[in-house]
Design a protein around this ligand. Structure first.
Ligand code: HEC
Length: 463
């Protein structure tokens, strides 16, 4: 018994001593609440929403929660904190979570969400209008030429919305692997939809216990999808359930660009051209490979690759003036980025980054490297960028040409004020509006965005 005590004492001393100095600095003597906000809130919500709403996958007892924090669930994307915190600190975090969520319901949290309000912004007064509600996690939003919305919910449901007919379900969508960050993801309308009725869906596809990012296109007939074709499948399939990427955007010449995240395998994928994850791809509308893609002549390279060295791009949009693609992507704890996407270029993940590991340790000292692109903008700490739009048209003169980025982690829209292609300043819009998923310019010239918790489509109306 004595020996055991001495033994565990040594272990504690060792753990403290082996902490990365950066973590030591960061932790000091802080409360469990402060640790939660610093290390956990970006994924689980500043209001602990994911614990309030979630079905607990691994049990809700003190021991279950303690174990989850200490050892993590790597395939799901839950980091291990055994080298970050002492057992005492993990215990304090466990108690903090379990006591804070006691007797709290999702409805209680929703009461804090602010919408249908008049909002003063730096240069404009606007009103937020909820256009559609009662949704789950509205991951993707697109507009048909007649103004109807197509809404993807992550669980797999596809809907069409018009003010005349309300919300109607669309049948014939892809079979999705709805687990972790996966499910039914983005939706994109073919530029010649009026002639060919093609709609594109990105989704997580299962094979055995593994999954990947895939794209299906199908023609819309009434509220049914027909002529389904799978035109893209990212290889390899892996067991992780995170970083699917999967935003899609047609450029002006009719090429389809799409993002695939690193699938949680940062050392295997983004810096190697012989696999699909951690890349932005460019294909023809039927999935075939354009002859002038940058790596078509390189032996062993995946021919659809347009740019590489990406982590998890969750926004992909065409610049209204230059016609070039821009993307935003999630960093780890810090290092979310906005990039102008240039043919053949390497964006550096994970060799260069402004971020650090979730555990607080560093994985690279480099923020710059030869042959690797610098972001146009980056966020430290990370905001969980999700959804992206350039403001176009005449309804928002003060915002024209600016980029709106959703913050999944902190429930607001981050506006980058632009001068041509350079960021000149920033503004946080609509604090507490909900977890942002997608942002789009509607055909009517209004900005629409989707949030979850509760799932809604909201329109920004200038006053
Ligand atoms: C990078 C995102 C991320 C961060 C950061 C993170 N988690 Fe998690 N966590 C997850 C994911 C993903 C899961 C898997 C279950 C799920 O999807 O809800 C999870 C699961 C858990 C579970 C088990 C829940 C269950 O369903 O049984 C607990 C408890 C937990 N996390 C606590 C924490 C705490 C405490 C921190 C901070 C010290 C933290 N997490 C940081 C992503 C994260």
């Amino acid at each position: 018994m004595k020996l055991f005590l001495i033994g565990s004492g040594l272990v504690t001393v060792f753990l403290l001593a082996s902490r990365h100095p950066y973590v030591q600095d960061l932790l000091g003597n802080r409360s469990a609440e402060a640790n939660y906000q610093e290390f956990c809130s970006s994924c689980h919500g500043a209001d602990l929403r994911s614990f309030v709403e979630g079905d607990w996958l691994y049990g809700k007892s003190y021991n279950d929660v303690f174990k989850a924090i200490k050892l993590g669930y790597d395939d799901d994307g839950m980091p291990a904190y055994d080298t970050t915190f002492t057992d005492q600190e993990i215990g304090a975090l466990t108690s903090y979570i379990l006591t804070t969520i006691e007797d709290v319901t999702a409805d209680d949290l929703d009461k804090n969400a602010s919408y249908d309000d008049i909002v003063e912004t730096d240069e404009m007064q606007v009103r937020l209008e909820t256009v559609v509600d009662g949704l789950g996690i509205p991951w993707g939003l697109a507009f048909l030429p007649n103004g109807d919305m197509i809404i993807n919910e992550r669980e797999g449901k596809i809907s069409r919305y018009s003010s005349a007919d309300g919300l109607q379900e669309i049948s014939g969508g892809p079979e999705v692997k709805a687990a972790g960050q996966g499910g039914l993801l983005d939706v994109e309308i073919h530029p010649d939809f009026s002639d060919n009725q093609w709609i594109y869906f990105s989704f997580s596809k299962a094979k055995g216990g593994d999954g990947t990012t895939a794209i299906m296109r199908a023609r819309l007939e009434g509220n049914h999808l027909v002529d389904q074709e799978e035109i893209f499948e990212a290889l390899p399939y892996v067991s992780t359930k995170r970083h699917y990427g999967s935003r899609m955007e047609f450029d002006r010449d009719g090429y389809l660009f799409l993002s695939v995240g690193d699938r949680g395998r940062r050392d295997d994928h983004p810096q190697f051209l012989n696999n699909f994850p951690g890349k932005i791809h460019r294909i023809h509308d039927d999935g075939s490979i354009p002859e002038d893609n940058p790596f078509v002549d390189q032996v062993d390279a995946v021919k659809s690759i347009w740019s590489w060295g990406h982590r998890n791009p969750q926004g992909l949009v065409i610049h209204p003036e230059t016609g070039r693609m821009w993307a935003n992507e999630h960093g780890p704890r810090g290092g979310d980025e906005v990039n102008e996407i240039v043919k053949g270029e390497n964006y550096g993940w994970p060799v260069i980054s402004y971020g650090i590991n979730y555990s607080g340790t560093k994985f690279t000292d480099l923020t710059h490297n030869e042959g690797m692109q610098q972001p146009k903008h980056y966020w430290v700490p990370a905001i969980g960028v999700c959804g992206m739009a350039f403001v176009t048209g005449d309804r928002y003169p003060a915002w024209k040409g600016d980029i709106l980025n959703g913050s999944l982690a902190f429930d607001y829209i981050h506006r980058l004020k632009m001068d041509e292609s350079e960021v000149v300043s920033e503004e946080k819009l609509f604090k507490n509006v909900g977890r942002l998923r997608d942002i789009k310019m509607g055909n009517d010239g209004y900005i629409y965005f989707t949030v979850e918790g509760p799932g809604r489509v909201i329109r920004i109306v200038p006053i």
